[in-house]
Design a protein around this ligand. Sequence first.
Ligand SMILES: Cc1cc2nc3c(=O)[nH]c(=O)nc-3n(C[C@H](O)[C@H](O)[C@H](O)COP(=O)(O)OP(=O)(O)OC[C@H]3O[C@@H](n4cnc5c(N)ncnc54)[C@H](O)[C@@H]3O)c2cc1C
Length: 386
Amino acid sequence: MDFAITGDQQQILDSVRKFVAAELLPHEDAVDRAGEIAPELKDRIRARAIEQGLYAMNFPENVGGGGLDNVTMMLVEKELGRASFALQYLVARPSLILMACKGAQRERYLLPTVTGERIDCFAITEPGAGSDALGISTRAVADGDDFVINGTKHFISHADLADFAIVFAVTGAAETPKGPRKLVTSFLIDKGTPGFACTRQPDAVSHRGFHQCVLAFSDCRVHRGNILGELHKGFNVANEWLGAQRLVLAANCVGRAERILTLAAEWAGSRKQFGQTISRFQGISFKFADMAMECAAADLLTMRAAWKADQGTMTQEDAAMAKLKATEMLGRVADEGVQIMGGMGVMGDVAMSRFWRDARVERIWDGTSEIQRHIISRAVLRPHER
Ligand SMILES: Cc1cc2nc3c(=O)[nH]c(=O)nc-3n(C[C@H](O)[C@H](O)[C@H](O)COP(=O)(O)OP(=O)(O)OC[C@H]3O[C@@H](n4cnc5c(N)ncnc54)[C@H](O)[C@@H]3O)c2cc1C
């Protein structure tokens, strides 16, 4: 493994860093206070990202993407991760699952999403099925050339902005030695399709300005040509993409933790109590040792997984370890960041309290910490179980 940054990578990182500093960071406080991003600001950020070639960098060049390898992409994600998620997701990396588009789906969904003309959202979670994705009850029943979809999804991120949703629904059952197992298919469903309603949910405390929605399907008719991937194989396409998504999240967390570390160090190096800067107290300085070490460890796990992804050898547990370590590290670093700032750290108008709030969701979405531990422990123990 060689993580030395090449000249090309440095050029990309310099332009992402400049973009983050000029286009994203100045708006963070206002967006967090309002819980909204003004439509014209959204359009401007997206337009600038597209103009500067920063959009859909995770997609292959042959479909119009940036064609970055995983290691370079994670270096980019660390830079983007410095900014609040509500803003940085506008510099989008659409769901790679769209690479499963075939035939006419490429023109209608994949290519315009890569160019930024259309926006996707990804909908598995339901009120009765979160960690247990196979517990979903949204059904798609075949009727001639169509499927008729009924059910409800919730917590679906940025569905308010999306033009279409990638929706997972039960299409049958297979007999297995352990009993019947649901067969799940993913569908591309346009907003505006009769029987498809999208409504905003109450805001989360993390990443204000980044909204979640309920998607309700009531006798929603979708042509079978809108199946993404193959019938009954929805989780095959989803699983391929989930690993990459977990790495993105891990890299974002590392970038944000590095920012918190700098902010906390600036505070500790200038705040005086008992006649000296608080950084001189071992009780404070040792926190920095742990924060820096944890951050570096999460960084290495993330880059190792990215490197393995580039070799085609990344396992689910590699991605799970990176996600688990980086999200839990960010939670601890943000908490210590608040502690180092004392009372000022919990004031609503300082960035540190926002980082602390924002960090909380990272251990929940894209698979909770418990689910990541489940994936890792299964991989360790399965070969030894009789
Ligand atoms: C802000 C936000 C945005 C989201 N965006 C999307 C999106 O765009 N698309 C989408 O499909 N979903 C999205 N989600 C859903 C997210 O992926 C789920 O919240 C997550 O998978 C957990 O599901 P749950 O909330 O139903 O919790 P539950 O599954 O009910 O879990 C509750 C608790 O039980 C634990 N638990 C559950 N099963 C086990 C087990 N086997 N072993 C040990 N512990 C277990 C969990 O770890 C957790 O601590 C989003 C969620 C949030 C909060």
